[in-house]
Ligand binder design. Structure first.
Ligand code: NDP
Length: 253
């Protein structure tokens, strides 16, 4: 029996990248996983198929975050999927992973692009946590995916880093709020992690990015997913309100 047998998890943005690796790992531990996506439904279905092929259980939920009614749409699909498979809407593990990056010079960022970053990366996780609280039982887990850019400066990503700073505050304060219910709330901060996007097919770019980690390589999505699985499991019970650096030592300078 896996460490998460009998548990139900939602991983936002798990159609690809870190979210997908996290969903696969949680399912390997025995959790039923809601695989969430925005636009790429076929990619979410692929994650579900991968999990099922390994003997795990998962279902897809599609809802764009950062738009009016986003959290409501997400939870309609989530609750229906859980109820059909477990007979209840209990959600033991919430992973707020979905996010968008900026990649724009500070001089060029528009107010609309700024608002979108805030809406997807910071506002949506807040209201997802708020909505999930009635579904998460005592002893549950909330894991928010932050970024090493809350600790290292990158002027192309000021607004993005601001949103991840907000995620860390969400972690800190909800951890205190939910302590009496033994719900742990933590941030995991990846460094540069291969999410399958085109840049990771460019050897020169990969060599340059690898130099940031003390291990001399870029992160694999599973490097981060494994850290999330640790926090989600019983061994993570005494950690709350923390920022876990999952950057392969990038922050060591
Ligand atoms: P990807 O870009 O590979 O995937 C993003 C995921 O989020 C997809 O599943 C996507 O769904 C979903 N998503 C994006 N926008 C929305 C939206 N508006 N509404 C709902 N879902 C959305 O992400 P990564 O794996 O690279 O990153 C995952 C998390 O890790 C993010 O929070 C990111 O900020 C953080 N991170 C990543 C790092 C990296 O180097 N990769 C480094 C540090 C932090 P769909 O497929 O449908 O578009």
């Amino acid at each position: 029996m896996g460490k998460l047998s009998g548990k139900a998890a939602l991983v936002t943005g798990s159609s690809r990248g870190i979210g997908r690796a996290t969903a696969i790992r949680l399912a390997r531990e025995g959790a039923l996983v809601a695989v969430h996506c925005s636009k790429h439904r076929e990619a979410a279905d692929e994650t579900v198929a991968t999990i099922e092929k390994e003997g795990g259980r998962a279902f897809a939920v599609q809802a764009e975050l950062g738009v009016a009614g986003d959290v409501h749409a997400l939870f309609l699909g989530l609750e229906q999927g859980l109820k059909e498979r477990t007979g209840s809407t209990t959600l033991d593990i919430l992973v707020n992973n979905a996010g968008v990056m900026g990649g724009v010079a500070p001089e060029d960022l528009t107010p609309a692009a700024f608002d979108r970053l805030i809406a997807v990366n910071a506002k949506a996780p807040y209201f997802i946590v708020q909505r999930a609280l009635s579904l998460i039982p005592d002893g549950g887990r909330i894991i928010n995916i932050s970024s090493g850019l809350t600790r290292v400066a990158n002027p192309q990503e000021i607004a993005y880093a601001m949103t991840k700073g907000a995620v860390d505050q969400l972690t800190l304060h909800f951890a205190k709020h939910l302590g009496p219910r033994r719900i742990t709330v933590n941030s995991v901060g990846p460094g540069i992690t291969d999410n399958g996007s085109a840049i990771f097919d460019n050897p020169e770019a990969v060599e340059q990015m690898s130099s940031y980690s003390v291990f001399g390589r870029v992160g694999e999505a599973s490097d981060v997913g494994d850290v999330v699985a640790f926090l989600a499991g019983p061994d993570g019970r005494w950690i709350t309100g923390s920022y876990l650096d999952a950057s392969g030592g990038t922050l060591l300078g």
